[in-house]
Design a protein around this ligand. Structure first.
Ligand SMILES: Cc1cc2nc3c(=O)[nH]c(=O)nc-3n(C[C@H](O)[C@H](O)[C@H](O)COP(=O)(O)OP(=O)(O)OC[C@H]3O[C@@H](n4cnc5c(N)ncnc54)[C@H](O)[C@@H]3O)c2cc1C
Length: 431
């Protein structure tokens, strides 16, 4: 097992995370290669009363993967993938990224719900829920986990599934890193040699047609099609807007595409292509590069009625920098057929999530985000994904987990009574 401290030449690089605004100094960074390595690091941290931060790929916007003075457990070297195409079963180590997983299963004609970017660790993404352009058909990433191997705060290595420690298994599906260190997961991949995917984009000065068009496209959308919408300040008076579309039914160009072109009034040819999903992941390479100063947060919304459309438009009109953006994610189909209490991820009731993101560390970014986000605080506002939640989420953990919160506290008390795993949206154990 490799370990470094602050005297190592690569310490500066290794302590950095995706969000360049996070600047923390752990006393040591460890790269375990087995669950047994993880047990020995946990024991060492407990003996010295050091905080622990778990790192999948360091993409959490709040920098949960790194702490000051404590120990970082970087799972990057646990990066084995075993895939059995006959059964579609795949077992992956906690350090495997979406890109590494896609490279193994997609060329053989299989998919799972993937994150938008190759570099995000699959496990970290799935433990927070894991919303994908494939979610209408396949559900959230956490819905596809069949079993997990977990190292608990007491140093036990537990294999959990629906029959073995079912309450822990339930809690892992959306409860993030609260209950232990997941060293590997087993998933069921689904066959899809190709998808029909791409985006339709244009620039516009008015957003009503774009947003009501998105509403029309997504209402009654078939499971096989998932569409996300994006609004970016164009730098001039207008906005760059786009619909990102993915359909697992490649036999015909979906009606939603035609509706989207109409809604945009775009003269641009729509660039939907029949591709392997590795290509879809390739399209985001270079977007949102690591090391810049990011802030984002999100809220759930029940419907895109005219009032919400107006609110999103006002929020967009108040953008002043190119790096400010609004994304709207659609949760439908298989995501919403799982009841809110069936996994820890409670935010399934809200068909849409709206996320505001800024990049660049300018004060105007922070002001825009802070003054805008709260306007979406309707009663369902906190029913969102912890993956897409910024630091404002710390004060609202019980609302985010909603009907599941008290059960999550019980599971936390059983598996992490001393709250060793607290660099996360923390679920407090019962004392
Ligand atoms: C560019 C980018 C694209 C994204 N795209 C999507 C998307 O399409 N859909 C979506 O839902 N989210 C998306 N996200 C959000 C992302 O899924 C979350 O930020 C997630 O936490 C990142 O996982 P990570 O392993 O990199 O987290 P890290 O920052 O490494 O870790 C954060 C925390 O996650 C927990 N954790 C991670 N791995 C483990 C483990 N093995 N065991 C126990 N706890 C663990 C720990 O609490 C840890 O402290 C994206 C984020 C970025 C930056």
């Amino acid at each position: 097992m490799i370990q470094i401290d602050n005297t190592h030449i690569d310490y500066g690089k290794m302590r950095s995370v995706w969000n360049g605004a996070i600047d923390r100094y752990p006393s040591a960074i460890f790269w375990p290669e087995s669950p047994q390595d993880v047990v020995s690091i946990i024991r060492r941290a407990q003996d010295r009363q050091l905080q622990i931060a778990i790192r999948g790929s360091g993409h959490n916007v709040n920098g949960f993967a790194v702490c000051n003075r404590g120990i970082v457990i970087d799972l990057a070297r646990m990066n084995n993938v075993t895939f059995r195409p006959k059964s579609g079963l795949v077992v992956l180590g906690a350090g495997v990224t979406n890109g590494q997983l896609a490279d193994v299963i997609c060329p053989r004609g299989f998919v799972v719900p993937f994150a938008s970017h190759r570099s995000v660790s699959y496990c970290g993404f799935a433990l927070g829920g894991g919303l994908s352009l494939l979610s209408g058909l396949l559900g959230l990433a956490c819905d596809n986990i069949l079993s997990a191997r977990v190292v608990t705060s007491s140093g036990n290595i537990i294999d959990t599934d629906s029959w073995s420690h079912p309450e822990l298994f339930w809690a892992l599906k959306g409860g993030g890193g609260n209950f232990g260190i997941v060293t590997s997961i087993k998933l069921k991949a689904q066959e899809a040699r190709q998808v029909l995917a791409g985006s339709i984009s244009t620039t516009t000065t008015g957003l009503t047609d774009f947003l009501t068009g998105y509403r029309a496209m997504t209402e009654n959308c078939e499971d096989s099609i998932t569409i996300f919408a994006n609004i970016r300040h164009s730098g001039a008076d207008g906005f760059e807007v786009s619909y990102n579309i993915c359909s697992t039914d490649t036999s015909a160009v979906p009606i939603q595409l035609a509706m989207g072109i109409d809604a945009l009034g775009s003269s641009e040819p729509a660039s939907l292509q029949r591709v392997n999903y590795t290509d879809v992941l390739g399209w985001t390479a270079g977007l949102d590069p690591a090391g810049r100063h990011y802030e984002y947060s999100s809220r759930g919304i029940m419907n895109l009625d005219d009032q919400i459309v107006g609110l999103i438009e006002q929020t967009a009109q108040r953008m002043c920098l190119r790096e400010q953006s609004i994304s709207i994610y659609h949760q439908h189909g298989a995501v919403t057929r799982v009841a809110a209490g069936d996994t820890a991820y409670a935010g399934r009731k809200t068909p849409y999530l709206v996320r505001l993101q800024t990049c660049g560390g300018d004060d105007r970014n922070t002001k825009w985000l802070a003054s805008s986000m709260g306007r979406f605080d309707a009663s369902e506002g906190w029913l969102t994904s912890v993956n897409l939640l910024g630091s404002d989420g710390h004060a609202a953990v019980s609302k985010v987990y909603d009907v599941n919160y008290s059960k999550l506290r019980m599971v936390k008390s059983k598996f992490d009574l001393d709250n060793l795993f607290n660099s996360n949206f923390n679920i407090k154990p019962y004392s």
